[in-house]
Design a protein around this ligand. Structure first.
Ligand code: 3HC
Length: 310
């Protein structure tokens, strides 16, 4: 009976144990897991575009090779996450359709342009840094396949963050113009990076339930604060500043105070009006259409093999 199944589910969550694909779970739990995992996967795949633009324009073979490896990693993260979503009975072709038709989201951060090569470093440092802040706790998420995907993704993300920070350290030892490029990129990416953690807890419809089901282990504001506290010393070591006059250490709180995030901009980007939303979706649609022949050929090949072994 449901009540017995329900209390088993609750006990499993209480004991910090994992819910596995074949375990009973409330419909709402499955729905929110599909929602979060699919959007996470979409974010990884769309996230290949901003940096992908710089692979052919990298200033050295070393930088090109590193960037190629990072973009390939993002593709892999997307595939792990689509596989994790499929354990919940959804199909990645359907999820891709929902992404392309705007019925599922991807992270707002990827709707901003990458204007100079310093952006590649700042994305590695701040965007992948924010992703790490968000993803490390997700290694303890209650849904087994999602948590396990996070373990591998977090290992690769730390390479992403280190290569970005090292790129910026190199540029900061360069000419005045290179140092200005880094600061200008930091000025553009700082606030959008804070928006990656989601709306304030008070405006977050999913946080309370996701915390109760231990899908999330910290709230949006907690992780945003952790990211700010971690980033300020790194900015000082790099020799750059963040574009926030209210950023200051608060000894009473033991955290950095920071200014108000522009949630109107956040909402605007989520509604599709960011600088690059249309371009990112058009590019994803085109890649999907251009890849149709590969999917058809693979399916035909698999069918032929099945006939042969039947
Ligand atoms: N961009 C786009 N949509 C966002 C968002 C953002 N930065 N922040 C919140 N939203 C959406 C939510 O999806 C939700 O909409 P929905 O109900 O239609 O899904 C709505 O805004 C309200 O937000 P909530 O806080 O209530 O939603 P969540 O509880 O899902 O919290 C989240 C949002 C913190 C992003 C959470 O979904 C999460 O932790 N997701 C997994 C991590 C993730 O997706 N990271 C993407 C970062 S990019 C990345 O990882 C690539 C890396 O390689 C750089």
């Amino acid at each position: 009976p449901e009540t017995e199944l329900e209390s088993h589910f609750e006990r499993t969550i209480e004991r910090d144990q994992r819910i596995e694909p074949r375990d009973w779970a409330p419909e709402g739990y499955r729905k929110t897991m599909v929602r979060q995992i699919a959007q996470h996967a979409h974010s990884e795949i769309i996230g290949m575009q901003p940096e992908g633009n710089w692979i052919t324009r990298a200033p050295s073979l070393r930088r090109k090779a590193i960037l190629l490896a990072k973009v390939q990693d993002e593709a892999g993260h997307g595939l792990y996450l689509y596989s994790a979503a499929e354990t919940l009975g959804v199909d990645r072709a359907d999820l891709t359709e929902k992404l392309i038709s705007g019925r599922q989201k991807y992270s707002s951060i990827f709707n901003y342009p990458t204007l100079t090569f310093a952006d590649v470093g700042v994305i590695g440092w701040l965007v992948d840094g924010a992703a790490i802040c968000n993803q490390v706790p997700l290694c303890r998420s209650s849904y087994g396949p999602y948590a396990r995907a996070m373990v591998r993704i977090c290992k690769e993300e730390s390479f992403h963050q280190r290569q970005g920070y090292e790129l910026l350290m190199t540029m900061m030892r360069g000419t005045g113009q290179q140092r200005e490029m880094v600061q200008e990129a930091v000025d553009r990416w700082w606030w959008p990076s804070l928006m990656m953690f989601g709306p304030p807890d008070a405006d977050s419809p999913n946080t309370a339930q996701s915390m109760a089901w231990k899908v999330k282990r910290h709230t949006n504001d907690e992780l945003r604060q952790r990211f700010v506290d971690m980033s300020v010393p790194q900015a000082e070591a790099l020799g750059v500043t963040f574009p926030d006059p209210d950023l200051a250490w608060n000894a009473d709180r033991g955290h950095y105070d920071f200014g108000a995030v522009d949630w109107a901009e956040f909402k605007n980007v989520l509604q599709g009006n960011g600088p690059c939303n249309a371009q990112r979706i058009a590019r994803r649609r085109r890649a999907h259409d251009e890849g149709a022949w590969v999917r058809e050929a693979a399916a035909a090949h698999a069918a032929k093999n099945q006939e042969a072994t039947a």
